[in-house]
Write a protein that binds this ligand. Structure first.
Ligand code: CP3
Length: 343
């Protein structure tokens, strides 16, 4: 059957007059219905591990905005938890985890085969969604890239410069490499299960790729992403992969070819004109409206949306933000953005 979903067609390399669109963090606190369901679930992690409610919040932005894709509601930090790390969220601050400061902490982590015991509810969410989504909506599964996940596991929290991870990389390279390998292999199994449950596309979030430079970028951002994609493609050749090496700068150039990704997601620190010339030449790109426009709205939102659509109109493009929509965004501005894209 010819592919009819707009998102899948872009990922297959088709240039479309009106690009498919979805938003990072489209299920989230800017939506009153999300806040209501989250209150019902209790805390954020209880929501992630409740398949019915996680499916419900995944569907909420689809009902409101008819996006071309739904992204599974979960978090990149469920993998550390499945590997045995303690994980909790501090309201208004973000995630906290038990730290990995050396070989002793690493030795306490669980083997890869054990992760599914924790992650089974996530696969159930995917199964529910694959039945409940409208026919034209693609379902995206996801995981964090090993480097980004490692930065949280090592520091025990988000850090502005990822210094603890860089320190372990330099001072205890063997432990750091073993951790990267454990996360990489766990991620392959996790994404495979999401695909078997019904995910049609997977996205790999390397939110902190920008702090890796030169050879370290190749070794710890590009190579692990390539290893995951190679393994997934061997098992599921027809499932496209979106890679997001956020703030990679020149590292975006050639990233799709080097890793086997079908699409590269761009953050808003690169200009659309530059990316059309240097990244979209290799295939589909996703992005890259600055999330702040969803707070401020107005004519600037319309102009910037149209400018991005036009810049990428010569090749396959998935419209998205350059990073997640923020809790202070105005839900009405999403309609303004969609009107500017879809007319
Ligand atoms: O709608 C979607 O995009 C799907 C669900 C999703 C969440 N997190 C839900 C979430 C996805 C794809 C993620 C990815 C994620 N999680 C990343 C990579 C993308 C990025 O933003 O760079 C990262 C680094 C995380 C880790 C994480 N989770 C942090 C740092 C935080 C706290 C900061 C914040 O925004 O609150 C979270 C919490 C989180 N993940 C929320 C949501 C909806 C907010 C939790 C709440 O309801 O209180």
């Amino acid at each position: 059957m010819a592919e009819t979903k707009k998102l899948m067609r872009a990922l297959a390399g088709e240039t479309q007059a009106v690009p498919p669109v979805w938003m990072m963090r489209q299920a989230g606190r800017y939506l009153p219905e999300y806040r209501a369901t989250r209150a019902q679930a209790g805390d954020f992690l209880s929501l992630c591990y409740n398949p019915e409610l996680a499916a419900e919040v995944t569907l909420q932005p689809i009902r409101r905005y008819a996006f071309d894709a739904a992204i599974l509601f979960a978090d990149i930090l469920l993998i550390p938890q499945a590997l045995g790390a303690d994980l909790w969220f501090v309201t208004g601050e973000g995630p906290r985890l038990s730290t990995i400061t050396g070989a002793d902490d690493f030795a306490k982590l669980k083997p890869i085969d054990d992760i599914h015991e924790t992650l089974n509810p996530i696969y159930e969410t995917v199964r529910i969604l694959s039945h409940e989504l409208p026919d034209e909506t693609a379902l995206i599964g996801f995981a964090g890239a090993p480097w980004t996940v490692a930065t949280y596991m090592i520091a025990g929290r988000g850090t502005p410069d990822q210094a603890p991870a860089h320190k372990l990389m330099t001072e205890e390279t063997a432990t750091f490499d073993a951790l990267m390998e454990r996360i990489t292999l766990a991620t392959i199994e996790y994404l495979s299960k999401q695909i078997e449950a019904g995910a049609e596309v997977v996205k790999i979030f390397d939110s902190w790729a920008g702090s890796l430079k030169g050879a370290a970028f190749t070794k710890y951002a590009l190579e692990p992403t390539k290893q995951i994609i190679t393994a997934l493609k061997a098992r599921h050749p027809d499932i496209p992969v979106i890679a997001f090496p956020r703030e990679a700068g020149d590292g975006y150039i050639g990233f799709a070819k080097a890793t086997g990704a079908d699409c590269v997601a761009l953050d808003n620190s690169v200009s659309a004109d530059w990316a059309a010339k240097h990244v979209q030449v290799d295939g589909c790109v996703q992005g890259n409206l600055a999330p702040g426009h969803m707070v401020t709205g107005g004519q600037a939102l319309i102009d910037e949306t149209k400018r991005i659509v036009k810049a990428f109109s010569g090749g396959p493009h998935i419209f998205n933000l350059g990073h997640g929509i923020t809790p202070d965004a105005n839900p009405d501005n999403v309609h303004v953005m969609l009107e500017a894209i879809r007319g």
